[in-house]
Design a protein around this ligand. Structure first.
Ligand code: ZN
Length: 487
């Protein structure tokens, strides 16, 4: 996963520098990022007090998250044995997480993954063998761990991993209730949508009451991510600490390069590769469609044309490996980064379940490369809740200054202020669904204006994007020409 914050948010080590760096390290208007001292309990933050809302299972803990009164004993053992843990993703991180869970004394573990094993996974996804290629990752990973560390042999110890195959967003396979059974959810995912979705599901289980207390089941979400030598761990206590959505602005946007730059003023080897891929291929093979990214012949052709083009513009650095990386959008996966981040995730999971030590509050980042030439860097950061987060703070968004005579439903649902990807339905009170992905007859409404759809000033619409959220966002449309303060 790419997170620009890894590079942007350098955290200084002295208190003085910390206070001055906190404002500059924020890259987002909706979520601010401030740095804390590295004291283990983060005592200068208010957050640990909030963390204490989670109730302890142990009589000797006066707080609700571990605060240093840990005494190992049978109670801890039973708690670890009975905790039900869900791992999402059985790839590079997921394999490492399962191994760490097994060796840490967890017993009841479930794993979800959609994918089948590919030959290229085998260098790092160490639970898989050549004869497993083509089989479902979750099945093979669970079988491997159960055979090696499981209790199926009749002993009292050991782990029992239950596999599931499917997309985590598939509500028929995994209705929201499915997730209620778990005490801890671990994310070993490589895509943002699935993270946003599971985050929204876990947040939907918790309600903040008027007196500020919480109702419902708080299921901690520990999210790991790696990108090459870089990685991060975040802990989300739904509705209590910043959620995944709160810090969405940290995610590195997809880099796009205008075609005119590629055509006229290429500056980087990547520009030459993209030009060969998009333009030169089409000109040379107008009837063939796109090149086959798994064909060495096609990829070699792209690489050779990119080298020629790079020479023409005096650019160096086009290689076959870089060509594959650009064409297939490959981020190198490094086994030891996965091992490190997965271990940090399971350590946090063990602390949360066993109450054996203070938990991470609330974001850890690791940079095994660059960082100003130091070669390695790690720090803890404290992220704040975004006041306008539609998942954990405020479920409505006010869209202001809309001209109902020209503003279409399509424009409304793709408005960047909603931060949605591919909205699946729009519900209008009194009219029912005015758009649904599944109802073809409603698709015509997308091109209609708000006037044509009889949407009135101040009206509320419910907009759902089921690929990233489990609950809809309330969108309040506002036709006034003066910006609303709440927008
Ligand atoms: Zn949030």
């Amino acid at each position: 996963m790419n997170e620009s914050s890894l590079k942007k948010a350098r955290v200084s080590s002295s208190e003085e520098e910390l206070s001055s760096s906190s404002s500059s390290s924020s890259s987002s208007s909706s979520s601010s990022l401030s740095s804390l001292s590295s004291s283990p309990c983060g005592s200068s933050s208010l957050l640990p007090q909030l963390l204490f809302h989670r109730s302890s299972d142990f009589a000797n803990e006066s707080g609700s998250l571990p605060n240093g009164e840990f005494e190992p004993g049978l109670a801890t053992f039973h708690r670890m044995r009975s905790a039900k843990v869900l791992v999402i993703g059985a790839g590079g991180l997921g394999c490492e997480m399962l191994k760490c869970l097994a060796l840490s004394g967890f017993h009841d573990v479930h794993i979800i993954d959609l994918d089948q094993i590919d030959l290229t996974n085998l260098n790092r996804q160490f639970l898989f063998r050549l004869h497993d290629v083509g089989k479902f990752k979750s099945h093979v990973a669970a079988a491997f761990i159960n055979k090696r560390f499981g209790s199926s042999g009749g002993g009292s110890g050991g782990i029992n991993v239950t596999p599931h195959v499917g997309r985590v967003q598939d509500q028929e396979l995994f209705p929201a209730d499915f997730f209620q059974q778990f005490d801890l959810v671990l994310g070993g995912l490589d895509n943002v949508d699935a993270r946003r979705y599971i985050n929204s599901v876990l947040c939907s289980f918790v309600r903040v009451l008027e007196d500020g207390s919480f109702d419902g089941k708080i299921i901690p979400f520990i999210d790991g991510g790696t990108s090459g030598f870089q990685g991060q761990v975040r802990i989300v206590l739904p509705k209590i600490t910043p959620c995944f959505e709160c810090t969405l602005a940290m995610m590195e946007p997809e880099v796009t390069v205008p075609i005119c730059t590629l055509a006229n003023t290429p500056r980087k080897p990547e520009h030459c590769i993209l030009y060969a891929l998009i333009k030169m291929w089409e000109q040379a093979f107008p009837l063939r469609g796109k090149p086959d990214t798994d064909s060495a012949v096609d990829m070699r052709w792209i690489c050779d044309r990119a080298v020629e083009r790079a020479e023409k513009f005096g650019i160096s650095g086009v290689t076959y490996t870089l060509t594959l990386g650009v064409v297939k959008n490959i981020i190198p996966a490094i086994a030891s980064t996965n091992a490190l981040i997965a271990a940090a995730c399971i350590n946090e999971g063990m602390k949360i379940v066993s109450f054996s030590s203070q938990s991470l509050d609330n974001y850890f980042m690791y940079g095994g490369d660059a960082f100003g030439g130091e070669g390695i860097y790690a720090s803890r950061q404290w992220h704040q809740k975004a006041q306008n987060c539609t998942v954990c703070s405020k479920p409505e968004v006010v869209l202001t200054m809309l001209n109902p005579a020209v503003y279409t439903l399509s424009q409304l649902i793709s408005d960047s202020r909603l931060n949605l990807k591919k909205p699946s339905s729009v519900y209008k009170h009194g009219s029912g669904y005015i758009y649904s992905e599944k109802k073809a007859e409603t698709h015509v409404n997308l091109a209609r204006t708000l006037s044509e759809m009889r949407v009135s000033d101040g009206e509320e619409l419910l907009v759902l994007d089921s690929s990233v959220h489990v609950l809809p966002i309330t969108v309040i449309v506002n036709f006034s020409t003066t910006p609303s303060s709440s927008s």
